[in-house]
Design a protein around this ligand. Structure first.
Ligand code: 26A
Length: 337
């Protein structure tokens, strides 16, 4: 059985440069994700020259789409993003191909492909991203015949909140198309700084989003930005997001992950939130990409017609599997989930 590209995703295609040893010196704040400013540029040289680096295909949406494909029949997922004309792009194409994710890249001449310095310190990871070509994505790439066919044929569209730093216009095209065509548009808040500093962009697209993902720090940042009375009550924050204005094609579902603590599910109009305990992972290799794997699992299972409860269970299994691997990847040869 093969799929019909039921899931499309959009985001920043990045090659992760992952370093383990001595990471504390490189990035001071564990578990954060930031955009590189000029002051961060030496990090890339330092990581490459002074640390043992593993190069792995990354990019939050791209990871999630690869993970969704993991639980779906061949040809179920396609991904939009912008890359340069270089080896960094080629490595990502190969990784996607290996895992059955169709890369629909816009190629930006003369700009290098984006990269993300990933520093692993114990069970924490810090991310510092240089977007490069990724932030040059333009909406005309969504107007090509190939893209149009994929957009029209999909049942689910997924976007990382990170894309909002530059790509609101393209994102809104997908979100509005979804609302008008009974498609599920799904968004991941992605990082606290998106809820903090790109709150206006997030508020513009949230009404069109029927499925929203976030983790505890992102939910708290959202609560602070929206001046909610209790910025620590994750269940109340999830319910608030679920009940905020909705122009999408379906009732809104909000899922907040919380590391090894139970996952929270809120549904629009629901009287109370539900929680789903997480199986503790004994051998943590690194947590990079765990949230993407979770979202990918939920999306893949949803595309396959599973209930939201079943989909959360698949998401948790893929999140755990990702934590047991080096980088934002799942186990190969494929395990049954
Ligand atoms: C705009 N920013 C900061 C980003 C990212 C990002 N993906 C898109 N945009 N910063 C880090 N990532 C990716 O997140 C994954 C882990 O969740 C990294 O490439 C990493 O694979």
């Amino acid at each position: 059985m093969t799929g019909q590209y039921e899931l499309i995703a959009i985001g920043n295609p990045l090659l992760d440069m992952q370093a383990r040893d001595g990471g504390e010196e490189l990035l001071k704040k564990a578990n954060d994700a930031i955009l590189a400013g000029p002051e961060h540029m030496p990090i890339y040289k330092d990581v490459a020259e002074n640390h043992q680096v593993t190069y792995i295909a990354g990019g939050a949406s791209q990871n999630a789409a690869r993970c969704a494909q993991y639980v779906l029949p061949a040809n179920s997922t396609a991904y939009f993003g912008a890359v340069g004309e270089d080896d960094l792009a080629q490595q990502q194409r190969s990784a996607n191909e290996r895992e059955g994710l169709k890369s629909v890249y816009q190629v930006i001449k003369g700009t290098p492909t984006g990269s993300c310095a990933v520093v692993i310190t114990g069970h924490h990871r810090s991310l510092c991203t240089n977007l490069g070509a990724a932030e040059k994505f333009t909406k005309d790439h969504l107007e090509t015949a190939e893209a149009q066919q994929l957009i029209k044929g999909a049942k689910y569209a997924y976007m990382e909140g990170y894309f909002l730093t530059h790509g609101l216009e393209s994102a809104m095209i997908l979100a509005k198309h979804a609302a008008e065509n009974k498609q599920i548009f799904s968004i991941n808040i992605s990082a606290p700084f998106i809820a903090q500093f790109f709150s206006a962009q997030l508020d513009e697209i949230l009404p069109y989003s029927s499925l929203v993902f976030g983790n505890e720090t992102e939910a708290e940042a959202y609560a602070e930005a929206h001046k909610l009375p209790n910025t620590k009550d994750l269940a109340a924050i999830a319910q608030h997001i679920a009940d905020s204005p909705n122009k999408s094609a379906a009732k809104r579902t909000v899922i907040i992950t919380h590391g090894a603590e139970p996952t929270i599910l809120a549904q629009e109009g629901g009287k109370e939130t539900k929680t789903f305990p997480v199986q503790k992972v004994e051998d943590i290799v690194d947590t990079n990409g765990a949230g993407d794997a979770f979202a990918g699992g939920v999306l893949g299972a949803s595309v396959a017609g599973k209930s939201i409860e079943e989909a959360i269970s698949v998401g948790q299994k893929l999140g755990a599997m990702c934590i047991g691997q080096n980088g934002p990847v799942l186990a190969f040869p494929k395990q049954k989930v």
